[in-house]
Design a protein around this ligand. Structure first.
Ligand code: 8YV
Length: 312
């Protein structure tokens, strides 16, 4: 049987690359020269696999006249040109739900690491400074007010995790949810003013672009903390850097940034941040499940079966 061509925008873990290569002829975008795909191979491509952080741009989509499906390894499809896909009748799938627990876990880890200054404590022990004294005291997490911006699949999982931490939970979203006892805020600035810790689990895209700006950060205040495990685009990064440098907020735990992986060097100079290289879903178990879901969606598509997790 002839293997269908699969254009990949970025690499997956080795096991997934092997599994995909047994069913498809892989065309690796990152290995192509500056001229990209040859004109002759473009019409042969019916399927494309990408990642949440990479997406696929208009130019690439427009160069593939027979593209039928984009399978995204990640839940966020904000970097995929969905408008072009919709217009062209190209199906798009993502990997929802399988990563909820891991992203929620990392948000909890970042909250604790930032508020309790765990990396600074680690550095204190390693450097030998402990003999000369203890580090400054840090604020506690339990008993605090936690605001969750975006109570979707990940946000709801996070609220469940936080309920074991004896915190009060409030949330912001488009509309109040009937299935949660937590306090609803229809205004993000009001949530930030109420919260001691604001966690962003919002989807990326136009609707949430720079939603957290100077006003929200000012409302969070000098004793307030921010954790972002969603997309860098949800935050006005210039305002965030300014607030962190001026101590207008107490600190931030950040897994996502503008211009990943070439982030603003000002972050590295701050001692009130804990930084992660977009690792929310990066566990062995979840990444395995994400790779499987990408393959299952592609298999279903080529077998003419309903897609498992369609976006469009
Ligand atoms: C991954 C993500 O970082 O799910 C998403 O939207 O951003 C992440 O799970 C990414 O897709 C893997 O590179």
């Amino acid at each position: 049987m002839i293997k269908p061509d699969l254009l990949m925008m970025g690499s997956y873990p080795d096991g997934d690359m092997e599994a995909l290569s047994s069913a498809y002829r892989l065309l690796k975008h990152w290995e192509l020269g500056p001229e990209g795909l040859g004109v002759a191979s473009r019409p042969l491509i019916r399927a494309l696999a990408t990642r949440g952080d990479l997406g696929v741009d208009t130019q690439t989509l427009e160069s593939l006249p027979n593209l039928e499906i984009i399978a995204c390894y990640g839940v966020g499809v904000d970097a995929i040109d969905l408008e072009t896909a919709r217009r062209r009748g190209i199906r798009v799938t993502n990997t929802p739900d399988v990563l909820n627990g891991d992203v929620a876990d990392l948000a909890i880890g970042l909250a604790l690491a930032t508020m309790r200054r765990i990396p600074a404590g680690d550095a204190h022990v390693r450097s030998g400074d402990w003999e000369r004294g203890n580090p400054a005291l840090a604020p506690r997490l339990h008993g605090k007010k936690v605001g969750i911006a975006g109570l979707g699949r990940i946000g709801s999982t996070l609220a469940r995790r936080f309920s074991g931490f004896d915190v009060e939970i409030g949330y912001f979203g488009r509309s109040p949810r009937k299935d949660t006892p937590h306090r609803y805020f229809d205004d993000l600035t009001a949530l930030a003013a109420w919260a001691d810790l604001l966690v962003l689990t919002l989807p990326g895209g136009n609707a949430t672009h720079k939603l957290v700006g100077a006003q929200v950060l000012q409302a969070l205040g000098p004793e307030g903390y921010l954790v972002n495990v969603s997309r860098g685009s949800t935050v006005d990064e210039a305002a965030l850097l300014q607030a962190l440098e001026a101590r207008a907020i107490a600190g931030a735990g950040l897994d996502v940034f503008w211009n990943e992986p070439r982030i603003d060097p000002r972050f590295a100079r701050l001692d009130n941040v804990v930084l992660q290289p977009h690792l929310g879903s990066a566990t062995i178990e979840t990444r395995r499940a994400m790779g499987q879901l990408v393959r299952d969606n592609l298999t279903a598509h080529f077998a003419g079966l309903p897609l498992l997790t369609p976006v469009i």
